[in-house]
Design a protein around this ligand. Structure first.
Ligand SMILES: [Zn+2]
Ligand SMILES: [Zn+2]
Length: 110
């Protein structure tokens, strides 16, 4: 990997190293840090990310699914017969309208 390895001698005569990133030339505390400095960020699954991503596409999809599930789990389930629409509320502030997929999983749907 592209790092700069600077060797020096301390006042006590000991050999020491300073590492810097070979791309941006920032000095780092360790060789590992210098190596990682300008590498692309990695997703938790190990996939390389583009500059503005925090998750790769696959993990983002999973995360959305997880959030949807969580939202559904938290949602107040309304019996279809009791459903007076046009929307119902989740957590008191989010309104799901007729297009919302949550409507399809209402209990007791005829
Ligand atoms: Zn760098
Ligand atoms: Zn990922």
């Amino acid at each position: 990997m592209n790092i700069i390895d600077l060797k020096g001698i301390t006042a006590e005569g000991k050999e020491c190293h300073v590492w810097a990133c070979g791309v941006c030339q920032m000095a780092k505390r360790s060789r590992d840090e210098a190596e990682q400095c300008c590498l692309p960020a990695k997703c938790k699954c190990g996939k390389e990310l583009t500059r503005y991503q925090t998750f790769c596409d696959a993990c983002r999809k999973l995360e959305y699914q997880r959030q949807d599930q969580e939202r559904y789990d938290k949602a107040k389930k309304v019996k279809y017969a009791d459903y007076t629409g046009p929307g119902f509320f989740v957590d008191g502030d989010e309104c799901y309208d007729h297009k919302c997929p949550v409507r399809d999983i209402l209990e007791d749907k005829p």
